[in-house]
Design a protein. Structure first.
Length: 136
């Protein structure tokens, strides 16, 4: 299977679940490539990819770890999804002591959701639509 393969039908049929945290500051692999793969997976699965595979962009994280990022805790979320059927829309994350924001907590949202703060509460939501101006 290739890295860009959108056909995970056998994995899905066996009840497989996949959580993909990806550092937005990864200098090795582009987050844009991972999101393009997920969109291809979603198309291939008839718009049902979120039922078995979720990508969680991690702001500030480099390749697999490091950078001014929050730590992510995907293993417990994956176990809950597999064992209890609770698919995660967000991963609880906390910034480590070497970051500019030690102790900061925030959700890491599954793509295409983004973290939005309203009234002092940060939660995952769809990004706002940006109006497109008509060409003249």
């Amino acid at each position: 299977m290739g890295a860009h393969e959108p056909d995970l039908d056998r994995f899905r049929a066996r009840g497989g679940r996949l959580i993909v945290p990806h550092g937005a500051s990864d200098p090795v692999f582009s987050l844009n490539d991972t999101l393009a793969w997920w969109r291809a997976l979603d198309r291939h699965s008839g718009g049902q990819a979120a039922g078995f595979a979720r990508v969680f962009p991690v702001p500030g994280m480099a390749h697999c770890a490091g950078g001014p990022a929050t730590d992510r805790y995907a293993l417990r979320a994956l176990a809950d999804w597999v064992e209890k059927g609770r698919a995660p829309d967000a991963l609880a994350a906390k910034a480590g002591p070497a970051t500019p924001w030690p102790g900061r907590e925030r959700p890491l949202c599954r793509y295409p959701l983004v973290a939005r703060t309203k009234g002092g509460v940060t939660a995952c939501a769809l990004p706002p639509k940006v109006p497109v101006k008509a060409a003249r």
